[in-house]
Ligand binder design. Structure first.
Ligand code: HEM
Length: 152
């Protein structure tokens, strides 16, 4: 394996670990732990945690896209296997969903916290939760497709 391909694969997997691992932590550890807090405590905390996490995901998305695009070119471009194209398609879908969370739903949480409109904030957090579950499932399926791409 060439050095450039090894570095790209390393960065690709690092990005995937941050993104998918972060979603597992948020959904299965953070969310249940905050459930019993009052909205006045919970929503500002969620806003500040999401604000930081989404910056990490934003960087991961750029790294995954660049490294994945590079790897795809190295492995045949448009002639690459269907599994690699499926990974790219699922990856782009996950990125669009993330973009919607970050630029459409998250600002609603921010505005609700600033205006102390707790029910509005809780509704937007519920939307983020549903979209994160979808992206988590897609992420796990994508990892499975990536393994299939090995051709076992
Ligand atoms: C923009 C989209 C993406 C493109 C173009 C892309 C492309 C690629 C390519 C070409 C490889 C190298 C495969 C090989 O070495 O045989 C790879 C590896 C991998 N990708 Fe992606 N990928 C993308 C998004 C994702 C996402 C979102 C995930 C997971 C959530 C993911 C998970 C993996 C994994 C686990 C590997 C390692 C597979 C292996 O080497 O056996 N990729 N990707």
């Amino acid at each position: 394996m060439g050095h450039a391909i090894a570095v790209a694969l390393f960065l690709h997997l690092l990005g995937v670990a941050v993104w998918v691992g972060g979603m597992i932590f948020a959904h299965f550890c953070l969310r249940p732990a905050l459930e019993d807090l009052s909205p006045q405590l919970r929503l500002p905390l969620i806003e500040s945690v999401f604000g930081r996490f989404f910056n990490w995901v934003g960087v991961s998305v750029i790294v995954i896209l660049l490294s994945g695009g590079f790897l795809l070119m190295q492995l045949g471009g448009e002639h690459a296997t269907w599994q690699l194209h499926a990974m790219a398609g699922l990856g782009v879908l996950m990125m669009l969903i993330f973009g919607h969370i970050r630029f459409a739903v998250f600002p609603r949480i921010r505005r609700a916290v600033q205006a102390q409109k707790w029910p509005d904030g809780a509704r937007a957090v519920g939307t983020v939760r549903r979209l994160v579950v979808i992206n988590l499932v897609l992420g796990i399926v994508t990892i499975g497709v990536a393994v299939l791409a090995r051709g076992f």
